[in-house]
Design a protein around this ligand. Structure first.
Ligand code: FAS
Ligand code: PHB
Length: 390
């Protein structure tokens, strides 16, 4: 097989890159290790920044997103039996967020690629990046019982944190930064209408909780839990007890329950691989960076990388220049580190750290009180949350 850009991974990064390249007349093939059903059903991110929505709409992916996505103009932060609303309209001049599940973005992308006869190969195995420093890199893989080879000009490593792309770069050529948090998030998808019109983040004495949603009929809730916990440690009753205790700190407000449709536990880490280009191999999305989901940045960051990578590849094919390809890591990393810092800050502000001293707890409460009192502090959080390019 041959193509111009070989893409490893059919998550938001890989599929969107393939879609945009197609619209710019550049051929690609997407290699995905899981099957289509799995990829389309994985429950992950839920919040799209304004810039992400604008970009998806610009490339013809806005129809269902703008119809079914929930436009939100603020979030609520609860702490110490107090509540503070971050008003995006007032603080960011009208930018907002859209609540639209990542799996819906994936379905829209796969539908668009298949409608354009895009080459998406699911259920591939043993993917290997070959000769990324040469002018003729290739990807070797198994499909069914066959050993296959995909010759390409460039390889896009969009295979997430546990993929093979980043691991294909020699250790001596890689610069990475990593921080693991002493807690994880337990997430549930609930067959019940949201109990609030906007997201509620809670810093409670028992730990973090988040009330989110996917539609007027489906809620999405999270609680922090010990990092080593497994789903079996959390029967439904225990989850609901923790959610009620951590979220219901205002008189009269209660969290509605419902059937739990899905449960998952996600470890929390901040990770950046600053080597986003190695010869003809380019990394994008979680293959290059991971953020704790507290700031709702993971998928948005992946899409920001793809915007820059697709422009760089288009410049290369249209006029032979590699200026944007050479600048790709630097251009991405400015956005990456801003969102890594914001996600770390939101995580540090809202979670209960094991062994946290009373002094550290009071620092958290003091900052939350400052957020409540200071329009400048709230504006700083708001502009990061809705996303801004710089
Ligand atoms: P992805 O991980 O989405 O996609 C990579 C793809 O590559 C996958 O389909 C994988 O199967 C495939 N792949 C891996 N190895 C391969 C190989 N060797 N060969 C071929 N294919 C391979 N972000 C938020 O903003 N909010 C959240 O609440 C949130 N929750 C999350 C929960 C979980 C469990 C996880 C893992 C992530 C969560 N994220 C969240 C972050 C998430 O949304 C990512 O940022 C987003 O999926 C990144 O997209 P990609 O870079 O495309 O990587
Ligand atoms: C979600 O709805 O899944 C979600 C929302 C906000 C976050 C993380 C996850 O910060």
């Amino acid at each position: 097989m041959r193509t111009q850009v070989g893409i490893i991974g059919a998550g938001p990064a890989g599929l969107l890159l393939s879609h945009i390249l197609h619209l710019r007349g550049i051929d690609s093939v997407v290699l995905e290790k899981r099957d289509r059903t799995y990829v389309e059903s994985r429950v992950r991110a839920g919040v799209l920044e304004q810039g992400t929505v604008n970009l998806l709409a610009e490339f013809g992916l806005g129809e269902r997103l703008l119809r079914e996505g929930l436009q939100h103009h603020g979030i609520e932060i609860r702490f110490g039996a107090r509540s503070h609303r971050i008003d995006f309209d007032e603080l960011t001049g009208g930018k907002g967020i859209t609540v639209y599940g990542q799996q819906e973005v994936i379905k829209d992308l796969i539908a668009a690629r298949l409608a354009a006869n895009g080459r998406l190969l699911f259920n591939v195995d043993e993917v290997r990046v070959c000769e990324p420093l040469s002018e003729n890199p290739c990807i070797r893989f198994r499909s069914g019982d066959e050993d296959r080879r995909l010759d390409c000009d460039f390889i896009a490593g969009c295979d997430g944190f546990h993929g093979v792309s980043r691991e294909s770069i020699p250790a001596e050529a890689v610069t990475c930064f990593d921080r693991t948090y002493p807690f994880a998030w337990l997430g549930i998808l609930v067959d019940a209408p949201p109990s609030s019109g906007e997201l509620i983040y809670a810093n409670s004495p028992d730990g973090f909780a988040l009330h989110s949603m996917r539609s007027p009929a489906v809620s999405r809730n999270y609680i922090q839990c010990p990092p080593q916990d497994r789903i079996e440690d959390w029967p439904d009753e225990r989850i609901w007890e923790a959610l009620h205790k951590r979220l219901e700190m205002l008189p009269g407000w209660t969290l509605g329950e419902g059937g739990i449709l899905e449960k998952s536990i996600t470890p929390m880490r901040s990770f950046v691989c600053e080597t986003m280009r190695y010869g003809r191999l380019l990394l994008a999305g979680d293959a290059a960076h991971i953020v704790p989901p507290t700031g709702a940045k993971g998928m948005n960051l992946a899409i920001s990388d793809v915007d820059m990578l697709s422009r760089a590849l288009a410049e290369r094919y249209e006029n032979g220049s590699e200026d944007l390809l050479n600048a790709y890591p630097e251009n991405c990393l400015r956005q990456v580190w801003r969102r890594v810092h914001f996600s770390w800050h939101m995580t540090s502000l809202l979670h209960k750290f094991p062994g946290q001293s009373e002094f550290e707890r009071r620092l958290q409460l003091a900052e939350l009180e400052y957020l409540r009192k200071s329009p400048a502090a709230s504006a700083a959080l708001a502009e990061n949350y809705v996303g801004f390019a710089f």
